[in-house]
Write a protein that binds this ligand. Structure first.
Ligand SMILES: [Zn+2]
Length: 330
């Protein structure tokens, strides 16, 4: 991992420590063997939720405060979607067992509620409070499960596909074509003008006080830097230069990796694309701090790279601006 003062270390969802054991996946008997081994640790997902030990609460933000509740394999698991997540330093194998959101009732699925009494939580709720192994495990299993749920059929011929290689491949039952899990890159950028003001935008569906840095998907055939420049030009009509990498983290909601940048604006006059944004504005650091404290601008979400990008510009954490408020989970 690249670490320097110019990049963002320890992003909440970039802390994976398991060895992904890519070569071992090719062993066709691997999953059956691991399911028969009581030493295998299983993370069960129900929809987008995983079980945690301890006392989950919205105030949980320190890494290690929560632990995933892992279990041994059960007889039912062999009929489920089983995903090989890799091994830890001691050689212990980790599997994800994913149950689709369909078939779970609404209460089980949650949908942004606080953790329920049995301690089933979403990655947005628990991500910042999990230790490195668990944050990476949850992120990987959720990413992979999200792909499987939406790629049950062949994109060439429409026939059903079946999982292979521990969940890292699907193979078409008719033409035997191979389909690999995909990740959609998105860029997210702190656009700053010559007075060090930050450009913030508000999406059309967002509440009046929710603002964030601009972001967008990378298009086919496009470099990351070109995507940054294009998105800013499209959304606010501003040309940028000096696009520099800041950091990245997987964002499995459902299947992205968010790649953060800074960029220097060549002008400050905003021309909004109303389809992308309903409002955009420049803020100084002092204006941003004041807006956070008064609630004029909602604080950025807990595990988002947007929060870390804004903090990088601000030169301090959001918590240090608002020490008395409880964290808001993203
Ligand atoms: Zn096919």
């Amino acid at each position: 991992m690249v670490r320097s003062a110019d990049t963002l270390p320890d992003l909440a969802l970039s802390r994976a420590v398991l060895d992904r054991s890519g070569i071992e996946r090719r062993d066709g008997g691997l999953v059956a063997r691991l399911l028969a081994d009581p030493a295998t640790r299983v993370l069960e997902l129900r929809g987008d939720r995983a079980p945690v030990e301890g006392e989950p609460s919205v105030a949980s933000t320190a890494p290690g405060e929560l632990r995933l509740r892992l279990r041994a394999p059960t007889a039912e698991d062999s009929g489920r979607l089983v995903l090989f997540a890799g091994r830890d330093g001691e050689g212990t194998a980790y599997l994800g067992v994913a149950l689709p959101a369909e078939g779970l009732d609404r209460a089980e699925r949650g949908g942004g509620r606080l953790p329920d009494e049995d301690g089933w939580v979403t990655l947005r709720q628990a991500g910042a409070a999990l230790g490195d192994r668990d944050a990476g495990l949850f992120t990987t299993v959720l990413s992979l499960a999200n792909w499987h749920w939406t790629h049950t059929h062949c994109s060439r011929c429409g026939a059903p596909t079946a999982t292979a290689q521990g969940g890292w491949l699907r193979v078409c039952s008719a033409d035997h074509s191979e389909h690999y899990p995909r990740t959609d890159p998105a860029v997210i950028m702190a656009v700053v003008d010559e007075d060090e003001r930050l450009l913030l935008g508000r999406g059309p569906q967002w509440p009046d006080n929710r603002f964030s840095v601009l972001a967008g998907f990378v298009e086919p055939g496009e470099s990351l830097e070109a995507a940054v420049a294009r998105e800013v030009e499209e959304e606010v009509g501003i040309d940028v230069t000096d696009v520099r990498y800041l950091g990245n983290q997987p964002w499995p909601f459902p299947s992205s990796v968010m790649i953060g940048f800074t960029a220097r604006a060549l002008g400050t006059s905003i021309e909004l694309d109303p389809h992308e944004l309903s409002e955009a504005r420049w803020v100084t650091r002092e204006e941003y701090r004041t807006a956070l404290r008064t609630g004029a601008i909602h604080r950025p979400f807990g595990i988002s790279i947007a929060k870390r990008i804004i903090e990088h510009w601000l030169g301090q954490t959001i918590e240090s601006v608002m020490p008395d408020s409880s964290p808001v989970q993203g």
